[in-house]
Design a protein around this ligand. Structure first.
Ligand code: JFZ
Length: 437
């Protein structure tokens, strides 16, 4: 008894400290790397890549039988899986963090979970834990390692829901069985926390039950006890740290100071070879500029093939993104949301001291760029990634009025980037925080 007490007491204390009401400053400090990171790469890697069908949803919605869906286990080889090459490519894209599926709604774990045999080690020709070497490679590159985990598990025998039209049991009629599921699920969370210690937990599938049923608060407290610096996404029934815009790229600035848009490159999360509806690198880069201009992050998804190779269209997007993010890194990382669109008709970011304004030129300008309504005096202007100084002049500024007038900037055509050009305005005074950023 004494021994147990001596174990439990420190744990309890740690837990109390970790979960004591966090001050806004403490939260901002915990979220800092996420704020600065701007770009993450999402990875949906799973058995659904074998047939190239919808991840988990394809059997849930009846496009394929459960049996045939699970036959994909036999084709999941990971034969050419090269986690170091993945990490290199992710770093090259300019992403500062990654989120990989540890387990999607189909319940197939990418690591050797002891809680169930349904994992790629026991059930597929891959025969090995795929997460450990990836986490190692990602951390060796100095990137943050996040992990996707589906709270719901349509394969688990104690989970109430199975197919769209077929449930195993009604949750409220058998809370004992539901508690068995929670024990299973929490077992996996404990494994993941202790073995991988994610920098970020990206939960999904919370919509099937409410916060009390999932015991969402306890999940949050537990994970923060394991790692007081970890970050939790929004899909934990209200117990997350940041927002996820639901309907694509936000038009106006989201209320939360921390948000992340997750986005597919085509229309699929996992590998689906028939889906050729890829966004162009230009579209991806412009969406990315929109996100950071509004103070958010982009979590851009790739769906590797079953053998572990990344489709060439996706590699091409990551490489072009990498060229662009490398050239414009000072306008991206560690910045905050920019000025309102009424001032400048495009995305913009500000350095943390708010004395450097980065204007993103996301189409070919006819004539000079114009900034209206900004009271801060410009000291100098140049093209980011190139350094060429730019001419600018202020018009319509009456000496007797506080109206800042119109700031015109020359941008010679031969200085334009193939995708999105960025110019920097160095300001005499910091831009005021008028807009909640
Ligand atoms: C979920 C999954 O069901 C899907 O398979 C994929 O893994 C994706 C990343 O996450 O789908 C969602 C769930 C919620 C939203 C969008 C996609 N949402 O709230 O906008």
């Amino acid at each position: 008894m004494k021994k147990i007490k001596s174990l439990i007491l420190p744990l309890l204390l740690v837990s109390l400290v970790a979960n004591a009401q966090e001050t806004p400053e403490q939260k901002a400090a915990r979220m800092q790397w996420f704020s600065d990171a701007k770009l993450g790469i999402f990875i949906h890697y799973g058995i659904y890549a074998v047939n190239g069908i919808g991840e988990s949803w394809s059997f849930h919605n009846g496009q394929i039988s459960y049996e045939n869906y699970m036959k994909q286990l036999n084709g999941f080889t990971a034969k050419k899986y090269d986690p170091v090459a993945w990490a290199d490519l992710i770093a090259e894209s300019g992403a500062k963090y990654t989120v990989i599926t540890s387990k999607h709604h189909d319940g197939v774990a990418l690591y050797d979970t002891k809680m169930s045999d349904l994992n790629v080690v026991k059930k597929t020709p891959a025969k090995r834990d795929l997460l450990t070497p990836f986490y190692k490679a990602i951390r060796e590159k100095g990137l943050k390692a996040g992990l996707y985990f589906s709270l719901l598990d349509w394969s688990q025998p104690d989970y109430p829901n199975f197919l769209k039209n077929k449930i195993r049991y009604e949750y409220k009629n058998d809370t004992l069985r539901w508690n068995k599921y929670l024990t299973f699920m929490n077992g996996q969370l404990d494994e993941i926390a202790t073995r991988f210690n994610p920098d970020l937990w990206w939960f999904d599938g919370d919509w099937e039950f409410g916060p009390e049923q999932w015991k969402a608060k306890q999940i949050r407290e537990k994970l923060l006890t394991y790692n007081p610096n970890t970050i939790i996404n929004s899909r934990l029934q209200g117990y997350g740290d940041y927002d996820t815009p639901e309907n694509g790229v936000p038009i106006y600035r989201p209320k939360s100071p921390w948000w992340e848009l997750c986005m597919t490159m085509n229309d699929s999360w996992g590998y689906q070879p028939t889906d050729k509806n890829y966004k162009t690198p230009n579209q991806v880069i412009r969406i990315f500029a929109d996100c950071i201009g509004l103070g958010g992050n982009l979590l851009l998804d790739i769906g590797p093939k079953a053998d572990g190779t990344i489709p060439e269209e996706q590699v091409a997007i990551l490489k072009e993104l990498g060229r662009w993010t490398t050239k414009h890194s000072e306008a991206i990382y560690g910045t905050v949301a920019g000025i309102p669109r009424e001032w400048y008709a495009g995305p913009s970011t500000l350095s943390k001291d708010r004395k450097k304004l980065y204007l993103f030129i996301d189409s070919k300008p006819i004539g000079q760029l114009v900034v209206k309504g900004m009271p801060n005096k410009v000291v100098s202007a140049w093209v980011v990634g190139k350094g060429n100084p730019l001419n600018f002049n202020v018009m319509m500024k009456p000496w007797w009025s506080s109206n800042p007038g119109l700031l015109y900037i020359d941008v010679p055509e031969d200085l334009l980037d193939e995708q999105v050009t960025v110019i920097c305005l160095s300001l005499e005074t910091p831009v005021q925080e008028l807009f909640g950023n």
